[in-house]
Design a binder for this molecule. Structure first.
Ligand code: ATP
Length: 585
């Protein structure tokens, strides 16, 4: 499956909105309450111009000041309620927005946890971080700050239009004509504006990926004195971001002047037609004052919508970028179990049946491979760089699924195992082990359900029994040694030791070591070998190594190259195959 997020099609605003509404289901009650408060607020805004017009016509022009006082008190009370509801809706929508942002970030992050390795191969982490942080924030900004004003404006407009039409149908209709042009303008231009915003957000993601890449590789940059290279690349990404942001800004800025122009036109229509009607005796001054206020109540929110519309388009573009992640499904699904797990008795712990594999966008790495591995045996995978050893091991651990063929784990299709079952059975020490920020204890118990509640004393005893105490002693503060994910506080060799303890303590049935001793001194390597020998006798070991001395005790050696996995027989044979120049084709 193609997981490249930047190749995914953008969706229409309507589809995006529909998806967003599904996401808002948990906030239904709070939103309903906020909307009720909003209606009350908008209702008061609608009523006050009418009361003012009424007061002018009935009490000021007739000089009945008693009524003027009563209506002034009424207006004051209404303004107080208006202020209270204004505050309440800001608070309500602000907290709904924050809750949604929290839930949205969680949802995106959880989705990332479910996606397979292929997804992370195809997307840059900087861009993903930008989607989780920047894009969710754009959506939140719209929700917490603009949505309320947006809806409020719509209520005000509908109310104002209704009042205008009920006071004088012809004058009301004439006042609303410019709004029709505004609507047409919005319909025509919005998709283009959204696209410009999407390009700008994509470029922000690219910039973030660029920053992340150079921060991650700062040592190489300094060693090769290639600061200029990364500066240039950064400069290019920054320029692109600058240009696309300017275009997005310009397109966003189109709404306000057009809206303002048409709303001024509407005011002009009201004044000219209104005065004409008064001169004909068909309208009163009080009604005209109310009418002007209503026209303002209609077009002021419209101008506000103009300002918010750009934010809405940005939020929709950001939402698109988030929802493509949420819409992804892992292709590494669990197949329904076809066979009773206990019914199968096979000596093969792993079996490749006619397996072919190709990376998305990559070439075919394995062609119709068949081999099997027996319980308790040690297997070595050797071959030239880029030959396909790590790929073969990754398939054993189901980091990917074969493009063709089948892999059996204990005689059953590996795809039928639940991920927790499978990871319990298979331990994989990667070429570049990753440590998390935390203590050594936390790092070695990562993903270990067996000992997660053991005390330090119990754990030390377990480590001792597993023969791992020699490795633990390499760390001055033992299990309490503080480790950091980003800082080189531990050497690569030490990281490999930690990954080794981590994998062995999970007591897997298959232990895969991918160049796991490449950065370890010979004495420690001997120690690792002893530990490997101490593993329960049914544990299958799969060792990938370039240093042939590490695999001399293997029961079987597979030569992996040019799409093939061939049993090499003896170590000498494997050496010959390597020297015979059987390089990657
Ligand atoms: N994530 C990936 N996407 C696309 N192609 C990949 C990916 N990982 C590896 N490859 C390609 O697959 C082929 C086999 O790579 P693999 O890492 O399995 O080789 P290897 O034998 O383990 O090499 P090494 O000894 O250097 O670790 C190479 O041509 C490599 O470029």
């Amino acid at each position: 499956m193609d997981y490249n997020l930047n190749k995914k099609q953008e969706t229409s605003t309507r589809t995006a909105l529909k998806k967003m509404l599904v996401f808002m289901r948990d906030e239904k009650r709070s939103l309903l309450f906020a909307f009720l408060v909003m209606i009350l607020n908008a209702g008061i805004s609608m009523l006050t111009p009418y009361i003012i017009g009424y007061t002018i016509d009935h009490y000021i022009q007739t000089k009945e000041y008693r009524g003027l006082i009563d209506f002034s008190v009424l207006l004051f009370v209404l303004y107080l309620i208006w202020a209270g509801t204004q505050y309440a809706q800001t608070q309500l929508m602000g907290s709904i927005g924050q809750r949604m942002l929290y839930a949205l970030r969680n949802e995106v992050f959880n989705k990332l946890q479910q996606l397979p390795v292929a997804f992370f191969n195809q997307n840059k982490s900087g861009d993903l971080i930008s989607r989780i942080n920047n894009d969710t924030d754009k959506v939140n900004q719209f929700f917490s700050q603009s949505l309320m004003r947006f809806v409020n404006s719509i209520f005000l407009m509908v109310g104002a239009a209704a009042f205008m039409l009920s006071i004088h149908v012809e004058l009301g209709a004439a006042t609303l004509v410019p709004a029709v042009f505004i609507l047409l303008f919005v319909l025509i231009i919005s998709p283009w504006v959204k696209r410009k915003n999407a390009i700008s957000l994509k470029s922000s993601g690219g910039l973030s990926a660029q920053i992340q890449e150079s921060l991650q590789n700062f040592k190489t940059i300094i060693t090769f004195n290639r600061r200029d290279y990364f500066r240039k690349r950064f400069d290019l990404a920054n320029q692109d971001n600058y240009k696309t942001s300017i275009v997005a800004g310009l397109s966003n800025g189109l709404f306000t002047p057009v809206f303002t122009l048409f709303s001024e036109l509407a005011q002009l229509i009201v004044l000219v037609l209104g005065i004409y009607l008064i001169s004909k005796g068909q309208f009163t001054i009080g009604l005209l004052i109310s009418f002007i206020a209503y026209a303002d109540s209609f077009y002021r929110p419209l101008r506000q919508i103009a300002a918010l519309w750009a934010g809405f388009q940005t939020a929709m573009a950001a939402w698109d970028r988030i929802s493509v992640i949420l819409g992804l499904e892992s292709t590494l699904i669990e197949k329904p179990v076809k066979t009773n797990l206990h019914a199968i008795h096979t000596p093969s712990v792993i079996e490749f049946k006619n397996v072919s594999f190709q990376y998305p966008d990559g070439k075919k790495v394995l062609h119709h491979i068949n081999f099997n591995m027996l319980a308790g045996k040690t297997y070595a995978l050797v071959g030239p760089t880029g030959g396909g050893k790590t790929t073969t091991a990754s398939l054993i651990a189901r980091l990917y699924d074969p493009s063709e063929g089948e892999i059996l784990l204990n005689g059953i299709d590996i795809r039928t195992y639940k991920s927790e079952e499978r990871t319990k059975l298979i331990g994989f020490i990667l070429q570049e082990p990753f440590l998390f920020t935390g203590t050594l204890r936390e790092n070695i118990l990562y993903g270990n359900e067996l000992y997660k509640n053991s005390s330090n004393e119990e754990l030390i005893k377990i480590i001792y029994e597993a023969g791992l105490s020699g490795l633990l002693m390499r760390f001055e503060k033992g299990l309490d040694t503080e480790l950091k994910a980003t800082v080189d506080s531990v050497s690569l060799g030490q990281k490999q030791l930690i990954a080794f303890i981590r994998a062995v303590l999970r007591r897997p049935k298959i232990l895969i070591l991918d160049e796991a001793t490449a950065n370890i001194d010979t004495v420690t390597e001997k120690l690792l070998e002893e530990i490997l020998n101490k593993l329960p006798k049914e544990t299958t070991r799969v060792i990938i190594a370039h240093r042939l001395n590490t695999i001399e005790n293997a029961d079987e050696i597979f030569f992996v190259n040019a799409g093939e996995v061939t049993a090499a027989g003896t170590l000498d044979n494997a050496l010959d195959m390597l020297l015979e120049g059987k390089r990657v084709s």
